[in-house]
Design a protein around this ligand. Sequence first.
Ligand SMILES: Nc1ncnc2c1ncn2[C@@H]1O[C@H](COP(=O)(O)OP(=O)(O)OP(=O)(O)O)[C@@H](O)[C@H]1O
Ligand SMILES: Nc1nc2c(ncn2[C@@H]2O[C@H](COP(=O)(O)OP(=O)(O)O)[C@@H](O)[C@H]2O)c(=O)[nH]1
Length: 228
Amino acid sequence: MMAKLFRAVIMGPPGSGKGTISERIAQSFGLKHLSSGDFLRENIAANTEAGVLAKTYIERGLMVPDHVMTRLLLPRLEEMTRHSWLMDGFPCTLTQAKALNSTCDLDLVISLNIPYETLKDRLSDRWIHPASGRVYNMGFNPPRVQGRDDLSGEPLIQHDNDQPEALVARLRHYKDVAKPVIDLYKSKGILHTFSGTETDKIWPYINSLLSTKIPSRPETDTQHIPLP
Ligand SMILES: Nc1ncnc2c1ncn2[C@@H]1O[C@H](COP(=O)(O)OP(=O)(O)OP(=O)(O)O)[C@@H](O)[C@H]1O
Ligand SMILES: Nc1nc2c(ncn2[C@@H]2O[C@H](COP(=O)(O)OP(=O)(O)O)[C@@H](O)[C@H]2O)c(=O)[nH]1
């Protein structure tokens, strides 16, 4: 008999730890980590029609319009009917959430609630490998060689919109667009909110919640068959 599929979304403001926690969930539970930012970067690199269009927005520090995001992501999700996944960065708006709703039933939504001061400190110290989207933080998870990506050795960069001057506007925007999405998931009874200032302290709570929903994948278990 086929194991039940598991579909989850992780939400939170910029710098709340979505990418960091998604990686931990993917490792511990064998879910595929899907990231809207990674999909966009892949499409930009491959020069697809949607990628070319998306690039014009991202370069200006703007959100990509809903119809571009849904055209890009929903077909990819439809291809994954036999897989369990965790989506990071999508949906961001109510329109995106409704479009996702019409494609699949979510089992769980994780919402990260992190104080502004913490976000500001983390993001001003966030370094990114632009080609892959890998992120580092000089205190929390520094690269092995300063200023260089661990895997490719290529230079790391900082985004202007991670600096405190841009952050206030980004957060305000996040709050406005995310609120109806959070309300929607709350009304469906699938929203779980985690608050705190340190990922390492939040992680055990997320881990134990997920352990009640999906079988865990011990790191030492090399024979493990990942979730479908
Ligand atoms: N669901 C989405 N809707 C609209 N635009 C999106 C969406 N997801 C990503 N984007 C666009 O792609 C860009 C890169 O996304 P990505 O998630 O990698 O980084 P980010 O903006 O630094 O987000 P965060 O700071 O939350 O990690 C975003 O700045 C935005 O322009
Ligand atoms: N100091 C500190 N940095 C963290 C913590 N958790 C994540 N980070 C860093 O904060 C930045 C934002 O995290 P990220 O996972 O990219 O968040 P996202 O924008 O929500 O995807 C990155 O540079 C992370 O390495 C934490 O608990 N403490």
